[in-house]
Design a protein. Structure first.
Length: 152
């Protein structure tokens, strides 16, 4: 089920509170708080995002129409410093955004959606009966996806 966009500010505020509380374990297996400095405003931004851990990296996805990822533009040459709150623990790292490497995004998005199938609807991807992404939908969604790769 996809949550209506107008509810996100309210839901995100609640999720940040919960993820920073002793009750974080209700959400923290799939959702973290990502903190970074706004590229233009210089303000601290915190947003809850779904994540997976692949080797020693944290991966999260968003769509290109999502506003927060624009702070990660041009990070291929200079990664953006970030702080993540995962399972009640803060860690520092650096992040880059990938939005044009279709093969890499496709492979990582498939792995991500197998781990967190509830996110498929946000990318317009249906799941087959075994709860794996439908390949045609995955291929169609790639052009609208942004992968944020965080090294801790």
């Amino acid at each position: 089920m996809k949550i209506p966009e107008f509810l996100f500010p309210l839901i995100n505020a609640f999720m940040k509170l919960l993820l920073k509380s002793p009750l974080h374990s209700l959400l923290s297996k799939e959702i973290m708080v990502l903190e970074f400095q706004g590229r233009k405003s210089g303000k601290k931004i915190q947003t809850p995002v779904s994540y997976t851990i692949s080797e020693n990296e944290v991966l999260c996805f968003t769509t290109k129409d999502g506003g927060w990822w624009h702070n990660f533009r041009n990070t291929q040459t200079t990664p953006l410093p970030v702080i993540v709150l995962i399972a009640g623990r803060y860690s520092s790292g650096t992040a880059i955004a990938l939005h044009s490497s279709e093969a890499e995004i496709a492979a990582e998005l498939q792995t991500f959606l197998i781990a967190i199938p509830g996110n498929a609807a946000y990318h317009g991807i249906k799941l087959d009966p075994s709860r794996r992404p439908v390949q045609a939908d995955l291929a169609a969604a790639i052009n609208d996806c942004v992968l944020i790769r965080i090294k801790l």
